[in-house]
Design a protein. Sequence first.
Length: 384
Amino acid sequence: MGYRNLVLAVLLPLAVRAIPIDNGVEGEPEVECGPNSVTINFNTRNTFEGHVYVKGLYDQQECRSDEGGRQVAGIELPFDSCNVARTRSLNPRGVFVTTTVVISFHPQFITKIDRAYRIQCFYMEADKTVSQQIEVSDITTAFQTQVVPMPICKYEILDGGPSGQPIQFATIGQQVYHKWTCDSETTDTFCAVVHTCTVDDGNGDTIQILNDEGCALDKFLLNNLEYPTDLMAGQEAHVYKYADRSQLFYQCQISITIKEPGSECPRPQCTEPTGFGAVKQGGGGGAAAAPAAAPPRLLRRKRSIEDTLDVRTELTTIDINIGANNAAAALLPAPAAMTAAEPIQRDGICLSPIGFMFFLALGAGAATMFSVLMFYFIRPCKHF
């Protein structure tokens, strides 16, 4: 009986250590978009004793909050620090402020109950119109106008080709199709050109893959776009990812212009993109060089009636796993020198030297037997 009590006393502490931390985020984060900063607060189930920090900047004290002892955890991030990204939007006009915040409940490690949130605030620009009435003693002219709604555009990543289904998860090297489409209530009225495309990891590392003229910069990432219709563009590509980061955030701009009657929509006249020509933005180190020759500029008429739309999409990449057979083969030792008793493989047929000699002797014996039979059974013909 004493032995059983001893075993239970030893196993009980081990079972207690395997229990997850008794805490977690209650509800959704509370985000306050201020004039100069963004504040994020989390309500926790129990007293908080961990850290709240900007993803990738845990070692920077100004980008981490260590305040604990309450059931509320939060952090305030100024616009000009901690890799807070600001992106201007032209339609609707304003600025997107984006960051990724992690809440960790363990003082030293990331555990299963920790969470990461992508926070985004949009500051819209207000258009104010001021007018002054004036009376003119002259003939008045009545204007009859009709408002044509602008096209609604979207950016999708499809599986395989132009007729594939939209995807959000893909493996490295998987063939996909980048597709931009605009829907309009009228036909043969508008033209669309895709340009100024960037991809980032959500943490401030931004790479430009299409320049402001709509020309590709890196043939290994995305080639020059094709335009099957006036309001559609697309191109096939293969999935890639940042090192140690799985998410890709794409953003492009689409310029909408009025189509000239009886003419074709203007398209970018681009040269073939070079390899590794994508441009890293933000002034960070390791930026790839720009292409040697700048592509010719796209001539657009009637710029006063041009409008630009922002479109976005996301993709989560999955690393390719090494197969079990390859992994097992990597553990095998290198083959030793072949001996005389080992089989020899030629064109898919395995035959040992001993077997070869056996079949050679068997063939010689068969030839000898055939000669003896020919000697005894074949006689010269007698003439009567």
